[in-house]
Design a binder for this molecule. Structure first.
Ligand code: FAD
Length: 483
């Protein structure tokens, strides 16, 4: 029998895996899809929230503030790009003042440091491109940005380095109580474990409801976005919010750690947990509201659009900890925003609770340090020459837009919990994330996946399942010479 099975390979599941690997425990993580970071953790706004927005007394408020404080250390240990670029919640007209005051007081009650309301002059000094009707703003000094999928990968790699086993294409379809623990039935086989942790995001209700009478329900709440080209990296310094609504934090304009700018998200409750389409109505709404913040949005420089589904729980809060009627079954359910910010604190909280219940000893060999893949685009000439002399694949640029080399792509596949699909390579290296959106680099990326994984091009997918690129060959190898 294993010690712990974690269900779900998002930022929370991978974070829990890494924190649990500090202990001498036999741990496995089961992920439904072909890759980690395939759910909410890949498509969000990537903000490290200050914590002023969540209702005081909720788990969201508590873990947001705790998680925010942990980010610098975790990102340093795991070599994850992040930046304390501050957040601004802007009111457009004097009527918003009372609302800003309320947010300020709420933030103070939640224990958020570095909050103040700034007027016109200071706002325009900080953000010269802010819209003409912007009136004043709540400044959140602890607000930041982070790469959410690199955060998830870094957690997973570090967990794997410290002994956690990852199973992908391992959808959990049933959980049964057995003597001394749980039987977990998955598409990768049946496991038994003393403890189970539910980190299944949008499906965390399904997993919880398999074992507990304390039922929960998760509604997918879709958020749609535009991404603006890196040319506009300096358009805004802070992440610019508008006053929040009851559906969420409103539509933002925010820089990313990679130099693009995000506009969005909308907030729309839908029925289908797989419906990640963008819609004409949703994107029109993004433009309408974002143009208050950024009056002359450079629409010709949109790179792409995307949407993400929030795991909104009917309890309006995170569901964390041991289920009341299912000992040794732990939930990290309904972890919607600010879940990315809260992830380090949730992971630590659950890991300590589980280790305590299992009377686990510390893993003396735990190594908290993980290094990211060295990025050619960030190297100076001297570093590039050195990288090429050690590994000539650094001289072969595969993705021209993002300057990603063959060496980086091969390493992304070879690493622990490495890429298995074109999107997996994309999230680990940024190959295909630039202006041409994978128009040039896909064929070579497919070839490299084939070489590294010893598979045929017919087996390469965009994101697992049936998302194949090539249905059949027109010619057998060599036949085309005569065609
Ligand atoms: C539009 C949007 C904007 C957001 N913006 C922010 C933000 O700016 N800042 C912030 O702090 N937070 C933000 N969030 C929230 C944040 O993204 C999430 O809280 C966080 O990613 C949750 O991580 P998770 O691991 O719980 O879930 P997920 O990342 O969804 O991972 C759950 C995993 O479980 C797997 N799974 C599901 N069912 C099964 C099964 N039966 N068996 C095995 N595996 C299964 C899924 O495939 C998935 O990989 C946003 C979310 C969205 C959608």
């Amino acid at each position: 029998m294993m010690d712990v099975i974690i269900i779900g390979g998002g930022v929370v599941g991978c974070g829990v895996a890494r924190e649990l690997s500090r202990y001498k425990l036999n741990i496995a993580l089961l992920e439904k899809t072909d890759d980690i970071s395939n759910g909410q953790s890949k498509a969000n706004t990537a903000i490290i929230h200050g914590g002023y927005d969540a209702k005081p007394g909720t788990l969201k408020a508590k873990f947001n503030v705790l998680g925010n404080k942990m980010y610098d250390k975790v990102c340093e240990e795991l070599d994850v790009p992040h930046k304390r670029n501050t957040s601004l919640v802007v009111s457009f007209g004097p009527d918003g003042h009372a609302e800003l005051e309320k947010l300020l007081q709420q933030g103070i009650e939640n224990g958020v440091p570095g909050l103040s309301i700034i007027g016109q002059d200071e706002l325009r000094r900080r953000e010269p491109n802010i819209g003409s009707t912007a009136y004043e703003a709540l400044l959140v000094e602890t607000g930041g940005i982070v790469c959410p999928y690199e955060m998830t990968q870094a957690y997973a790699e570090n967990a794997a380095m410290n002994g956690v086993t990852f199973y992908r294409q391992a959808e959990v379809t049933g959980i049964e109580k057995v003597e001394g623990g749980w039987k977990v039935i998955s598409k990768a086989g049946t496991f038994t474990a003393k403890a189970v942790v539910n980190c299944a995001g949008l499906y965390s209700d399904v997993i919880n409801n398999m074992v507990s009478e304390d039922k929960i329900s998760i509604v997918p709440r879709r958020g749609e976005y535009y991404i603006v080209d890196k040319k506009y990296a300096d358009a805004f310094h802070a992440s610019i919010f508008q006053l929040p609504t009851k559906m969420g934090k409103g539509i933002l304009v925010t820089p990313t750690v990679d130099g693009t700018v995000l506009l969005g998200p909308t907030a729309e409750d839908i029925d289908d947990k797989t419906d990640t389409r963008t819609t004409a109505e949703g994107l029109a709404k993004v433009l309408k509201f974002a143009s208050l913040t950024w009056e002359h949005i450079p629409m010709r420089n949109f790179i792409t659009t995307y949407s993400g589904l929030r795991a909104h729980c009917d309890r309006n809060d995170f569901v964390l900890g041991e289920a009341p009627d299912a000992p040794m079954f732990f939930n990290a359910a309904g972890v919607e925003s600010p879940g990315l910010t809260s992830a380090p604190a949730i992971a630590q909280y659950l890991a300590e609770m589980i280790a305590d219940k299992l009377s686990a000893n510390k893993n003396e060999n735990f190594n908290p340090i993980r290094k990211g893949i060295p990025k050619f685009r960030e190297m100076n000439d001297e570093q590039r020459a050195r990288a090429i002399s050690i590994n000539p694949d650094y001289a072969k640029v595969v993705c021209r837009c993002e300057t990603v080399t063959e060496a980086e792509i091969r390493e992304a596949i070879r690493r622990p919990v490495g890429a298995r699909s074109v999107d997996g390579v994309k999230r680990r290296t940024r190959a295909g994330m630039g202006r041409c959106q994978a128009g040039f680099c896909t064929p070579r990326t497919v070839e490299i996946l084939c070489e590294e994984l010893h598979i045929s091009p017919l087996e390469v997918t965009k994101f697992g399942g049936n998302s194949k690129y090539i249905e059949s060959y027109l010619f057998e190898k060599g036949d085309n010479e005569n065609a």
